[in-house]
Design a protein around this ligand. Structure first.
Ligand SMILES: *Cc1c(COP(=O)(O)O)cnc(C)c1O
Length: 420
């Protein structure tokens, strides 16, 4: 029995949405996707997301739901939890967070009271909005102090973190970033936090796939809480997850439901389970190794073309180009817009000691998870670096753009998405 609708049903019932989705598929096919937080799921993950599980209310947890008819739902959620535990070696897992932001908020609700102090990395240094930005609920409810990165090496300033931790006596230290190209020493951060009586939350939203594949230090043994998204390097459905020590299991579960969410998205949880099964396979490790190789090659090729890479390279799936040295007249926004015109998708990013506004910015963030998923390797990274350099040298001279755009579309056609 088919458990999802045939694609043609959408075309018949809603041609406007059908057309927009089809146009988006063509955009994804014909663009080089370098946004570090994006990826292409497998067709199996997509199928689970489009399944009839979306019809089911399942408030509560496996075996103790507030609604009837949850016997198959329990199978799905139990599988997701067991696989996640295996993948990350976690004591307790909650797979219900609707997103990475929801996961982080639930940890705060579980362990903090309004006014408590949290020590986090600021957005300008590569952190995330949910780590205490004044416009995010984390910044509105809690007293936020920041650690940063060192001026010379652009690495996390662990010594500074230690000093600030002892001075400010936070209740919680958070570690994890959206725009940090280097490995993170979670063990060291956990020691700093625990040494001053604080709890520690590692947010591996970006690097979860690398951690799952054993290619980055796993924070789970060291940190009280580990949150993640499932849609970035992990290549699953758009969603979140919390892992924690057994002693916090009850508080975390209560902070998700009923603390901050209602019914779980069971179609998404099914897709998380599928993603975790894929991530447990040897092919997934090969994929993550290639993602790393592609990122370091892309960084090296850009450096060979005289572009500055913040921190001098990358240990993970992303890199940050500092345009101030090579192209001081171009903002990150200018660069992003010019690249978009030739079908290369990136996002602008602030750089350390930024002089422009975050809206303009002076850097570009480039990531390799998506291009690696479509099969591109190091020789394609060289081609992409050359195209980026050509565009940056000609942002106000669009004469070259159509030919480069054709080259991008040809390259993409050699590496089709798995959705034909
Ligand atoms: C992406 C990200 C999040 C938030 O994930 P959403 O699913 O977009 O809410 C949280 N923390 C970090 C470090 C991230 O990079």
């Amino acid at each position: 029995m088919k458990n999802f609708f045939h694609p043609e049903d959408l075309e018949r019932s809603d041609v406007e949405i059908f057309t927009a989705v089809g146009d988006e598929l063509i955009r994804q096919e014909q663009h080089i996707e370098l946004i570090a937080s994006e990826n292409f799921t497998s067709p199996a993950v997509l199928e689970a997301m489009g399944s009839v599980l979306t019809n089911k209310y399942a408030e509560g947890y496996s075996g103790r739901r507030y609604y009837g008819g949850c016997q198959h739902i329990d199978v799905v959620e139990n599988l997701a939890i067991e696989r996640a535990k295996m993948l990350f070696d976690a004591e307790h897992v909650n797979v219900q967070p609707h997103s990475g932001s929801q996961a982080n908020t639930a940890v705060y609700v579980a362990v903090l009271k309004p006014g408590d102090t949290i020590l986090t990395m600021s957005l300008e240094n590569g952190g995330h909005l949910t780590h205490g930005h004044p416009k995010n609920i984390s910044g509105m409810l809690y007293n936020v102090v920041h650690y940063g990165i060192t001026g010379d090496t652009c690495r996390i300033d662990y010594d500074g973190m230690l000093e600030i931790a002892h001075k400010s006596q936070p209740k919680l230290v958070t570690i994890g970033a959206s725009a940090y190209p280097r490995s993170i020493d979670f063990e060291r951060v956990a020691n700093i936090a625990h040494g001053c009586g604080a709890l520690v939350m590692a947010d591996i939203a970006h690097i979860a796939g690398l951690v799952a594949a054993g290619l980055h230090q796993n924070p789970v043994p060291f940190c009280d809480f580990v949150t993640t998204t499932t849609h970035k390097t992990l290549r699953g459905p758009r969603g979140g997850m919390i892992m924690c020590k057994q002693q916090f299991a009850k508080d975390i579960d209560a902070a998700i439901f009923p603390g901050t969410q209602g019914g779980p998205l069971m179609h998404i949880i099914a897709a998380k389970a599928v993603c975790f099964k894929e991530a447990l396979s040897p092919i997934f490790k090969k994929y993550q190794q290639q993602t790393l190789a592609n990122a370091s090659h892309l960084a090296a090729e850009l450096q060979a073309l005289q572009l500055s890479i913040i921190s001098g390279g990358t240990d993970n799936h992303l890199l940050l180009v500092d345009l101030r040295d090579s192209h001081p007249e171009i903002s990150g926004k200018d660069a992003q817009c010019a690249l978009e015109k030739v079908n290369i998708t990136t996002n602008r990013n602030t750089v350390p000691n930024e002089t422009r506004s975050p809206f303009q910015a002076s850097g570009l963030r480039l990531g390799t998870p998506a291009v690696t998923s479509r099969g591109m390797g190091v020789s394609e990274m060289k081609q992409i670096a050359n195209m980026i350099k050509l565009i940056l040298d000609n942002v106000s001279n669009e004469k070259e753009f159509p030919a480069i755009r054709e080259g991008v579309i040809e390259l993409c056609a050699e590496f089709p998405l798995p959705y034909a």
